[in-house]
Design a protein around this ligand. Sequence first.
Ligand SMILES: Cc1ncc(COP(=O)(O)O)c(C=O)c1O
Length: 318
Amino acid sequence: MGFEGIEYVWLNGALVRWDDATTHVATHALHYGTGVFEGIRCYDGVDGPAVFRLPEHMDRLFASAAVYNLVHEFTHEQLIEATLEVIAANKLRNCYIRPIVWSGTDNLGIRVDCPIEVAILAWPDMGHVRPEAKALGVRLTLSPYHKIHTSMLPSTAKACGQYIGSRLAVREAMSRGFDEALMTNSDGTIAEGAVENLFLVSDGRLVTNDARSSILMGITRDAVLGLAGDLGIEAEIRTMTLDDLRSADEAFLTGTACEVTGIRELDGLPIGSGRIGAITSRIQEAFSGATSGSAGTRAEWRITVPGFKRTVAGSAAV
Ligand SMILES: Cc1ncc(COP(=O)(O)O)c(C=O)c1O
């Protein structure tokens, strides 16, 4: 996940040089996690670089900020423009984008209001799932850390402090040689991966859960549900148990970083054939066609970045 060569960050209304995009050690968010963020992706597709579902990500950023009362001066449209600006300024074609809104520097009292700051970063790759694991399907392990219940923290908000649980879960899973952690709720039902939503395939139908299982309502999850509908694949939204996963024909994770990633096992037990299944492959193909525009579907999901031309195969980008 290199930041090499990234020249600009959008910070509080203007592009600034990467080295100047700094914050003080007394920043409230550094101490208490009082910030919200997004993870967005730009794909170099048939009509040049285009950001996938940018307005929906901005909607979620604003909703998360509202939950934590992080009030700033920028509009939805301004942050969309700023996102496109920072991608173009850094001449990125395929990239990961990270808008963040946080409680800045004034006072470290837990109840005080600090000035709210807003930044947007963009860099080539988040690289959450290793390419080999993505190609074969990930090895999942049941995390000893439960998902924070929505009655403890608003789990549908994408807030900085809430990621301490995901961090513990992925590091613990890695230490035991697994690719990803499966987080359950304290009643034992499935919540989601550390930073992904989870789908099962059973009898030719998709199954996934919703906010009642304390998940972040993923934008990739929503895209997959839409694409499945287009393909005539039915989907059921319900609570999922570990037995549902163990007996599923196929399973996959969805998220901006991992896209649609098959799950090949849970703690050594193969899921289905232990390989990426036929329906997972169809969904992967439909998703990749939608993100690149090559399928000619869901054009409204791709917001093209002005200032780029289409890359002609084999030639340098213009
Ligand atoms: C906890 C959690 N669940 C699910 C997701 C998937 O969400 P999306 O598809 O919007 O990236 C993410 C990633 O943002 C996440 O952090």
